[in-house]
Ligand binder design. Structure first.
Ligand code: ATP
Length: 320
């Protein structure tokens, strides 16, 4: 293995730059040439290649987003699209590919590898933290900290005005961001798609709080569980409490990555290079119990990541 490619694909996540930096610098340290591919699989198909050197990744470890840009490519879902991507890789002399992205990106990588024998290693990068077999994906910790910061700020005004605040957070079909940020932010209720909830129970909790003099509340709603606006409307209608809704939106995807995400990304990037150099393929780097391991793409694609119910229960106990 002499020449490898690296791309970011799917939704961006803070810490992807730290992963690119690690792949490039560890790759060069190991005597490899590293090519950056712009705009994910779209760039692979359209021939957007950039030779990377040590300086190409200078001053990016602290930046959110991805210097390689990211995209979703419908064409890569077709046999012809992947054929063109492979032809470009051959022309460039790229023998292995490191894909930083979510499960969709790994599905594409797996099919690509099976069709053309390309060696591919995946690095999980998504704020949603929904990739099975890995306790953490790059960007999740930063996103949780962004949400906690927002909860702190909203709590100030909620207390001053004695209001109920509903905060809708990202996570798509998963509730990890809501759960961790809700616990860390001291939310009174946390609504996640993995666990059924009852609006009447939430309201009962609000009333209980009111009876013992609590005049403000924070309810964190995962976007996959319900619409924050709808929950706010129902609470207002059923309680008459002054209820405000904040949808945090895409600010959760940006910002300078936390130290945790930078370390995770650096370690994952370096291990991906070791694996691809050793001729491994079809694997994703995963963090399991504070260790980094390589798991088959099948593990990342077939299983569903489960929520830790004890964390949810604890959040409920502490917010009683
Ligand atoms: P995020 O979780 O942030 O959305 P993701 O990697 O899951 O990231 P997707 O849009 O699902 O994002 O996938 C990224 C790209 O991977 C797609 O645009 C497509 O090019 C490719 N891809 C996904 N699924 C397949 C598939 N079944 N076959 C071929 N390519 C695929």
């Amino acid at each position: 293995m002499k020449r490898i490619g690296v791309l970011t694909s799917g939704g961006d996540a803070p810490g992807m730059n730290a992963a690119i930096r690690a792949v490039v610098r560890k790759g060069i340290f190991e005597g490899l040439e590293v090519v950056g591919i712009k705009r994910g699989y779209a760039g692979l198909i359209n021939g957007e290649f950039v030779d990377m050197n040590l300086g190409s990744v200078a001053d990016i470890i602290q930046r959110g987003g991805t210097i390689l840009r990211t995209a979703r490519s419908e064409e890569f879902r077709t046999v012809e699209g992947r054929r063109r991507a492979y032809a470009n890789m051959q022309e460039q002399g790229i023998e292995g590919l490191i894909v930083i992205g979510g499960d969709g990106s790994f599905r594409g990588a797996q099919i690509f590898s099976q069709e053309h024998g390309v060696k591919v290693i995946g690095i999980p990068g998504t704020i949603d933290n929904d990739i099975p077999c890995s306790d953490y994906s790059i960007g999740f910790d930063t996103s949780v900290n962004t949400v906690v910061d927002a909860i702190n700020k909203i709590r100030d005004t909620a207390t001053s005005h004695e209001r109920t605040y509903v905060i809708e957070v990202m996570g798509r079909h998963a509730g990890y961001i809501a759960l961790e940020a809700g616990l860390a932010g001291g939310a009174e209720s946390i609504l996640i798609p993995e666990i059924p909830f009852s609006i009447d129970e939430i309201i009962e909790k609000l009333h209980r709080g009111q009876k013992r003099g609590k005049l403000h509340s924070i309810i964190v709603v995962a976007e996959g569980a319900a619409s924050g606006i709808e929950i706010g409307k129902q609470i207002k209608e059923k309680t008459g409490f002054d209820t405000k809704v904040t949808i945090l939106g895409h600010l959760q995807r940006g910002g300078t990555p936390t130290a945790f995400d930078r370390v995770l990304a650096s370690r994952m990037g370096a291990l991906a290079v070791d694996l691809i150099k050793a001729g491994e393929s079809g694997k994703m780097i995963a963090r399991q119990h504070n260790d980094l391991v390589a798991v088959d793409f099948d593990c990342a694609l077939s299983e569903k990541r489960t929520i830790d119910h004890s964390v949810y229960e604890l959040a409920g106990i502490l917010a009683i």
